[in-house]
Design a protein around this ligand. Structure first.
Ligand code: HEC
Ligand code: HEC
Ligand code: HEC
Ligand code: HEC
Ligand code: HEC
Length: 496
């Protein structure tokens, strides 16, 4: 799994400004930090990753004596860092196939590494006007430093950039308004950096994973913020963003990051529906916003090990004969909402049901808009709550049990819902509970690991390959290990 907790400490870095930006996410004209930042980025010059290497490959020392080695860490040990490679991937055979599948004829074909839609997530600064790109910026610029930290602006002569300023002693203690003024993104706050990752990894905001892109062969959007950090060389010290006023959040921080990622994903899914509702020219929301399993599924009625129809996607509330709403963003987030906002449980449930009932290939635009708007606001509240709550042992255990016991709903959503459950178990159990002082006795832990393996086999194409199988998902094989896990976690004696 993941993760190393860097043993270093950074004195005085845990200074957070009170949230300077209020957010009204029910409406799209909201002034969220991310949106303000996006507008800023569009107008600001880009320096390129090479310009950071000068100091961040061992030359810069922090005020605490910490050596800054972020550049080689971002590259990955053997130059295999996923983000470092993100441009190169566009030059490969898989990208060529995707780019070919996206056009009808040879004449229309444009190589992936020249396509603006690919570059907006696989590159940096390609949409920036030429005169605003520094000499250090490279045409093959991948997802480098400024994709997450903000365009630095200085290399192109922008006196208002953050590059020079950020090396000064007092920069780290300045509030986020000051950082943004010069274009630096506030990565000191989990809520904000999580939002940034999801822009590319969930296709939120201006970009998006359309069914067109998925159908052309682009990898699906199965992503779990924290579990997936195992795939990127993490170049920061976790304690920098410990919960304010809780100096020893320790291992529970991972549960909080998971929770924030879940809530933001739900919020952004709702915003995608809201954006559709504002485009009367589009008769239906993108197919990716519907349950994949409604259309892509095995013909189980002919199979010996069949999924009982009562457990099939027909179990999801929906307009009969139409695909159901894609409930993946609610699959496990549901338990989080119940845990952190019990007073709003009924409201969440009612709005989700409204959405299921309103979604179809010819949806009632107004009804979708109303439900999605309220859910976006609720999810925003949930994200904020998650980011300020110590996700202690009791909460983490409750979440695990709640998710495992909700196998019927999660199974009805299908393999993508099941994938979310597995990822939640890996983070909340393996990375959190099992690393805490309350870890389970060895034999119970082994039983949990066995059930997790059985579960993976029921959901993924091949063992250890993280691709939910739309055509092979077998509800029966999924149900049993979910029940086992619920039993094992419930039997554990809390506090022992
Ligand atoms: C001239 C040297 C220099 C260059 C070039 C440079 N940095 Fe830095 N950077 C520093 C120093 C010094 C610090 C402060 C270190 C400390 O006190 O721990 C720093 C800190 C940072 C921080 C941490 C801020 C915080 O408090 O959280 C980030 C992020 C960062 N740099 C990103 C970048 C990026 C991205 C680039 C390239 C666009 C870059 N730097 C280029 C010297 C440099
Ligand atoms: C919304 C952002 C986004 C857009 C647009 C996008 N990608 Fe991706 N792409 C990603 C992300 C994120 C991943 C990593 C997925 C994962 O493994 O979790 C990825 C992965 C890939 C991979 C697989 C990489 C590997 O290591 O196996 C290929 C190939 C690829 N993209 C090609 C393309 C092409 C070609 C286009 C344009 C037609 C494109 N992408 C557009 C975000 C995007
Ligand atoms: C995929 C997004 C992403 C990319 C790309 C990225 N960073 Fe970061 N970086 C982050 C996040 C998120 C944090 C802060 C996490 C935290 O403190 O909890 C961070 C933290 C840092 C810090 C502070 C580390 C510390 O512990 O004090 C520095 C310095 C930094 N990044 C430099 C760089 C440089 C230089 C590059 C390019 C070589 C880079 N980053 C690329 C996301 C990114
Ligand atoms: C500007 C778009 C962008 C942003 C922002 C971004 N990523 Fe990525 N990420 C990508 C692309 C594109 C790939 C696929 C690259 C490849 O496979 O070579 C990727 C790959 C990854 C992978 C490897 C996935 C795999 O299955 O191999 C992980 C893990 C990851 N990103 C985590 C993060 C995290 C965590 C953040 C936020 C701190 C983040 N990313 C922010 C675009 C982005
Ligand atoms: C309303 C029905 C519908 C929904 C919902 C739907 N798809 Fe599709 N999908 C199709 C059709 C029709 C095709 C085209 C099949 C062909 O070209 O032969 C297709 C093609 C694809 C393909 C290309 C390969 C293939 O199997 O033909 C992929 C991959 C894919 N869809 C993934 C998804 C994912 C992932 C989701 C959920 C996010 C999804 N689809 C949701 C109907 C749907």
């Amino acid at each position: 799994m993941m993760k190393q907790f860097f043993a270093l400490t950074l004195a005085g870095a845990a200074l957070f400004a009170p949230s300077a930006f209020s957010q009204q996410s029910g409406s799209l004209s909201s002034d969220s930090y991310q949106e303000l930042f996006r507008a800023d980025r569009a107008a600001r010059g880009v320096d390129g990753g090479a310009s950071c290497a000068g100091c961040h490959a061992g030359m810069a020392k922090g005020q605490d004596g910490h050596l800054h080695l972020e550049y080689p860490m971002w590259q990955g040990k053997r130059f295999e860092g996923a983000h470092y490679n993100s441009f190169n991937i566009l030059n490969g055979p898989q990208s060529e196939l995707i780019a070919k599948a996206l056009v009808q004829s040879d004449e229309e074909f444009v190589e992936a590494f020249k396509r603006a839609d690919c570059l907006q997530c696989h590159g940096l600064g390609h949409a920036t006007p030429k005169k605003l790109r520094s000499k250090m910026w490279h045409e093959r610029e991948p997802v480098s430093c400024e994709a997450c930290h903000g365009h630095a602006g200085t290399g192109s002569g922008d006196a208002d950039g953050w590059l020079g300023r950020h090396t000064l002693r007092d920069w780290a203690s300045k509030d986020r308004r000051e950082w943004r003024k010069y274009g630096m993104y506030d990565t000191r706050d989990v809520l904000l950096w999580a939002e940034n990752c999801l822009e590319c990894h969930h296709g939120t905001a201006t970009v998006g994973f359309s069914h067109h892109l998925l159908g052309a062969g682009h990898p699906d959007i199965s992503f779990e913020l924290l579990g997936d950090l195992s795939g990127v060389p993490v170049h920061w010290r976790w304690e920098r963003s410990y919960l304010k006023d809780v100096p020893n959040e320790g291992v529970w921080q991972c549960a909080r990051i998971w929770a924030v990622g879940q809530a933001i994903t739900l919020r952004e899914t709702m915003r995608a529906l809201l954006r559709w509702s504002e485009r009367p020219s589009e008769p239906r929301p993108d197919l990716a916003l519907f349950s994949c399993f409604s259309c892509h599924r095995p013909f189980y009625r002919n199979e010996a090990n069949s999924t009982p129809p009562s457990r099939s996607p027909e179990r999801l509330p929906h307009v009969s004969g139409e695909p159901a709403w894609n409930g993946v963003s609610w699959a496990v987030c549901k338990q989080l909402a119940y845990e952190l906002m019990p007073e709003s449980q009924a409201k969440f449930d009612a709005k989700i049901l409204q959405l299921f009932n309103a979604m179809s290939l010819r949806p009632d635009r107004k009804a979708v808009r109303a439900a999605a708007g309220e859910l976006a606001t609720l999810a925003d509240e949930l994200a904020r709550k998650a980011n300020t709550t110590l996700m202690d042992f009791d909460k983490t255990r409750n979440l695990l049990i709640g998710i495992a016991e909700d196998y019927e709903f999660i199974g009805a959503i299908g393999p993508y819902g099941a994938d979310q459950a597995i990822r939640a178990f890996e983070v909340l159990y393996l990375d959190v509970w099992n690393q805490s002082a309350q870890k389970l006795p060895e034999n119970t832990h082994t039983a949990v690991e066995d059930s997790l393996n059985t579960l993976r086999k029921a959901v993924y194409d091949k063992e250890n390959v993280r691709k939910p199988s739309l055509s092979r998902f077998d509800y029966k094989k999924f149900e049993a290990p979910m029940k086992d896990l619920a039993r094992l976690w419930k039997a554990s004696d809390p506090g022992s």
